[in-house]
Design a protein around this ligand. Structure first.
Ligand code: C2O
Ligand code: CU
Length: 499
């Protein structure tokens, strides 16, 4: 009921608020309370990634120095390796920015070869995409290049070189890239958050980096996996967990060929709330979580068991084709120690959701891509291709600014291929005709052997030649790579020339 003016005057503003507060509180949604840590203080001390020092005082600009160089790193208590690193560490420094922030990376290459940095999954201008010959010249030994862009999407991404990628990534050049969205403090509500970069490294008997060509053409055909699996650069690091308390893990598969099939043991699930490009349409529980090379996942886990006990995060055997499950064993990834403290008995795990509007595919251009492999009859070497053509003979797929395309990707080979497109997100429409839900923005989509997957992609206003390739990096170098040439519609182009 409105109060008469005279009465209102006699009530001080403070009293006004005091009187109305209970009413307002009942009407308004609950105020946002930042989630609190539920873990013991040192829970992630032995696994946490180091971050790059931000040299810029502006809170919306992160400015860092990256130096690629050979350095000795410790991957286990008694195992040191001379590897290729960013700033002397494997993985390279974790980049942590807010969505919409500007990132400036002063990159200096002190490796014995040329290099670049590709920002995997980020929708940034072509000049910043890090592919020599398409977006920038290679950065030669002793030279520098500055990457400078605004980060458009929240999610877990990563970075790696795009010169001799199988070799350079395999030698240790990769890092995590976390783009935070502050509204998720409330919607996800899990404060204990950890970036986990999975990878492997191949060492010879002398404990040195093995040649990236081991096994010759057959090694390429399968995709070379390292013989030491690493988690945040270490063999089986420890993580402390309070039983019953949820943790948020942002997982990156930075291995050059290996797939991971994660398992946290009996009674545990991975609640997948996000994937390559931020939150997914709705959260879904997975008993096992498969990540192909280059893929990411944002999951909530709730370790349970007796305080003082231990759980093991393992990778089981995912079948990506002949040789991936035969004569092989599970890999131990993380020893999860249950803290000696009373278990946490909180409510249910968060139910996140995000509205993802499927593209209007009416009138979309159909593109058909077969992933192929062939053997040279004379020298018996293998060569991968797209529509029977390896990248060195490929003609780019043509696309116009703003165009929507539907890609039907048919894998005719005997091995799975995680297909990665630079600069844009896919929406997976269906796999072997079955619709795929929940919807997820993907930049790397596993195309299982002998399967067919349909993808929708919308090209926006960032012209350029954007490559796509298998993220088993040996396969990419063995031919499984092509490009999208994105430009003005031809009619508009002609118009420009005439006027
Ligand atoms: Cu993750 Cu072409 O790259
Ligand atoms: Cu492949």
């Amino acid at each position: 009921m409105p109060m008469p003016m005279t009465m209102r005057k006699r009530i001080s503003p403070i009293r006004w608020i005091g009187t109305l507060a209970p009413v307002l509180l009942a009407l308004l949604p609950a105020p946002s309370v930042a989630a609190q840590s539920l873990q013991p203080a040192d829970w992630d001390d032995r696994i946490r990634l180091r971050e790059a020092a931000d040299l810029n005082p502006d809170p919306r600009i992160v400015e860092v120095n990256f130096e690629a160089r050979v350095a000795t790193v410790e991957i286990a208590p008694d195992l040191e390796v001379e590897a290729w690193t960013y700033n002397g560490m494997i993985p390279g420094p974790l980049i942590r920015v807010g969505v919409g922030d500007r990132l400036i990376v002063h990159f200096t290459n002190n490796l014995p070869e040329s290099s670049t940095i590709h920002w995997h999954g980020l929708r940034i201008p072509i000049e910043m995409d890090g592919v020599p010959g398409y977006s920038q010249p290679p950065v030669e030994t002793g030279e520098s290049f500055t990457y400078d862009f605004v980060v458009p999407d929240a999610g877990i991404f990563w970075y790696h070189p795009h010169v001799m990628s199988a070799g350079q990534v395999g030698f240790g050049l990769y890092g995590g890239f976390l783009v935070e969205d502050p509204t998720e403090d409330e919607t996800v509500g899990v404060a204990d958050d950890l970036v986990i970069v999975l990878s492997d490294i191949d060492l010879n008997e002398q404990g040195e980096l093995a040649s990236p060509d081991t096994g010759g053409s057959v090694g390429m055909l399968f995709g070379r996996e390292g013989n030491h699996v690493l988690v945040n650069g270490r063999q089986m690091p420890n993580l402390v967990a309070r039983a019953g308390a949820p943790q948020r893990w942002r997982l990156v598969n930075a291995a050059k060929s290996r797939y991971f099939m994660l398992d946290l043991g009996e009674g545990h699930v991975f609640r997948k709330i996000g994937g390559d490009g931020g939150l997914v349409e709705y959260a879904e529980d997975h008993e096992f979580l498969v990540l192909g090379a280059g893929e990411r996942a944002d999951v909530i886990v709730r370790p349970t068991g007796e305080p003082g006990g231990e759980l093991l995060l393992r990778s089981l055997l995912h079948d990506r084709g002949y040789g991936s499950t035969e004569f092989r064993d599970f890999e131990d990834l993380i020893a999860v120690e249950l803290a000696d403290m009373p278990p946490y008995s909180g409510g249910p795990l968060p139910e996140t959701s995000r509205e993802i509007q499927p593209y209007d595919t009416e009138g979309a251009t159909e593109v058909s891509l077969r992933l192929t492999v062939a053997q040279d009859p004379s020298d018996k070497t293998f060569e991968y291709g797209i529509n029977d053509v390896p990248f060195w003979k490929a003609q780019p797929v043509l696309a116009e600014l703003g165009e929507t395309q539907i890609w039907t990707v048919e894998n005719t080979t005997a091995w799975s291929h995680p297909l990665h497109l630079h600069g844009f997100f896919f929406l997976v429409l269906d796999e072997n005709g079955d619709p795929v839900r929940p919807l997820e923005w993907k930049d790397t989509v596993d195309i299982p052997f002998e399967d067919s997957v349909r993808l929708a992609v919308r090209f926006d206003e960032r012209p350029g030649t954007w490559i796509f390739h298998c993220h088993i990096l040996d396969h990419a170098e063995g031919g499984l790579l092509s490009a999208v040439h994105l430009d003005l519609p031809v009619s508009q182009f002609k118009n420009m020339l005439e006027h």
